[in-house]
Design a protein around this ligand. Structure first.
Ligand code: AHR
Length: 495
């Protein structure tokens, strides 16, 4: 019989959710910057309609400027008077980069959005010297060559950028300046050293693997960690899931693969900490994650500026997978401290624009927004039980994926639940121990759509519905979760 239950107690927690888990990513790629967040016709060049949607999600940190792009980027090209900035061949995405938008514009945009920058340095074609210069340019108050240059560019106050990535996907042979783990570990360590000598308040993310399925996965992590352990604060994971072979049940179960991937990287970090007898511990930055496959193989004009590439139009099935990826990140909130949905606008993104036209929310926008708005606080240690099923790629997949988050300060409790079953409603019982005065607020649900249903510029049929949350009687609430559904049950403590 298909059924599931979740038991949580207010005193038992997995850990605090770092708000940076709800981060995102903007790369100089396709129409993410040009036509996405930036259009000269708007005030400061920033699209207000896009910022308004980003604020609805409440995105706390945005990684920039890449991605593969950063591995060939000269940051100096994007600083200073716009009319003097060079146009460059951008090799990662076979485009022309105008450099109209650069570091200062990005930081200014972040301030308007209300998010922190997560700045990546180029460790592909460049190295420690350019990276420490960028830290000096951004963070040093003044009186030196690079900091005075920033001031001369109109930015008197230092940007105070705290979070930095040491390159991007350096394990991948597609990456400009791709490296072996030994080569990368050494250059990452030396770069980290110089960057922290320039500003010792910064936090650094070391490149982990570009997916959990690479040939070097595991060996890459332990080697680079061993070489750069004391200088870094996080190690990155990147993970995209696709459904190119059309095996729907395996696709819907992909969140379980992310669980295993995260747990293996945690094991690598802890192994390295033990091996080194170190007190320093390393957290995880899942700084690229999403569904990505619809746009594979799409044609575009080589060397054009801001071409429409990687513009996946997401369907309802993708929203369910994104939901389960978010639950996986939350389930590991004790170690996943940064995560960035890749990306934010137009490029494999929850938000789409028409260049010079309107803006709309894709299907995946909604689970992301719900998790960010209602998934802050502490994830409660669950006793979760569910009937399971087998798929082509996975065994023992829970029919219901669920967890609960409690925000003690706000007095709010949220239960997230996904029913992965293709046809059956499944009874779901939740026992809430030591939540005496919590009353139901609402049940937000996305269900009943064709799995291929999408939102477009002209019509947005796929969006959440809100109904009354079920009553809690003797600490328990019971519901039937609709097949193929994303559910958010919200409760609030009486004041
Ligand atoms: O997000 C798109 C690309 O995916 C990024 O540039 C790269 O880091 C990853 O392979």
């Amino acid at each position: 019989m298909k059924k599931a239950s979740l038991l949580v107690c207010s005193d038992y927690k997995i850990g605090e959710v770092d708000k940076f888990v709800f981060g995102s990513f903007i790369e100089h790629l396709g129409r993410a910057v040009y036509g996405g967040i930036y259009e000269p016709a708007h005030k400061n060049g920033f699209r207000r309609d896009v910022i308004d949607l980003i604020k609805q999600i409440d995105v706390p940190i945005v990684r920039y400027p890449g991605g593969n792009f950063v591995s060939g980027y000269n940051w100096e090209d994007g600083a200073g008077p716009v009319q003097n900035r060079p146009k460059r061949l951008e090799l990662a995405w076979e485009s022309t980069e105008t450099n109209e938008f650069g570091t200062n514009e990005f930081v200014k945009w972040c301030r308007e959005v209300g998010c922190e920058p997560l700045m990546a340095v180029n460790l592909g074609t460049r190295g420690p010297d350019e990276a420490r210069n960028l830290v000096e340019y951004c963070n040093h108050p003044g009186g030196t060559y690079w900091s005075d240059l920033r001031i001369s560019h109109g930015y008197k106050n230092p940007h105070g950028i705290k979070y930095w990535c040491l390159g991007n996907e350096m394990d991948g042979d597609w990456q400009m300046g791709h490296k072996t783990p030994l080569e990368y570990g050494r250059i990452a360590n030396e770069t980290a050293k110089l960057m922290k000598m320039t500003d010792n308040s910064i936090k650094l993310v070391l490149c982990g693997s570009s997916s959990g399925r690479t040939r070097t996965f595991g060996e890459w992590e332990t080697t680079v960690l061993d070489l750069a352990y004391d200088k870094v604060d996080y190690i990155s994971l990147h993970q995209y899931f696709g459904n190119s072979d059309g095996d729907l049940r395996s696709f819907l179960a992909k969140g379980t693969e992310l669980d295993r991937y995260i747990e293996t990287v945690i094991a690598c970090c802890d192994f390295m900490q033990g091996k080194r007898h170190s007190r320093h511990h390393i957290d995880l930055s899942v700084d690229e994650w999403n569904v990505w496959y619809h746009s594979h193989g799409a044609k575009f004009e080589k060397w054009s500026t801001a071409p429409s590439i990687l513009e996946d139009i997401y369907n309802f099935a993708d929203a369910l997978v994104v939901g389960s990826m978010l639950l996986s990140l939350l389930r590991h909130c004790d170690r996943v401290k940064i995560a960035c949905m890749a990306q934010l606008v137009n490029v494999i993104a929850p938000i789409m624009t028409e260049t010079g036209g309107g803006v709309w929310a894709q299907t995946i926008f909604y689970p992301y927004m719900h998790a960010s708005r209602y998934g802050r606080g502490s994830v409660l240690l669950p006793k979760a039980e569910s009937s399971t099923h087998e798929t082509k790629d996975f065994t023992q997949v829970p029919d219901i994926d669920s967890l609960a988050v409690c925000d003690d300060e706000k007095g709010e409790l949220t239960v997230f639940a996904i029913n992965r079953d293709l046809s059956d409603s499944i009874p779901f019982t939740v026992k809430l121990i030591d939540f005496p005065d919590y009353a139901p607020i609402e049940h937000i649900e996305m269900s009943g759509y064709d799995l291929t249903a999408v939102n477009t510029a002209n019509s947005s049929p796929v969006k959440p519905k809100t109904q009354k949350a079920p009553a809690v009687e003797s600490n328990v609430f019971s519901v039937k979760l609709n097949p193929l559904s994303w559910n958010v049950f919200r409760f609030k403590k009486a004041t």
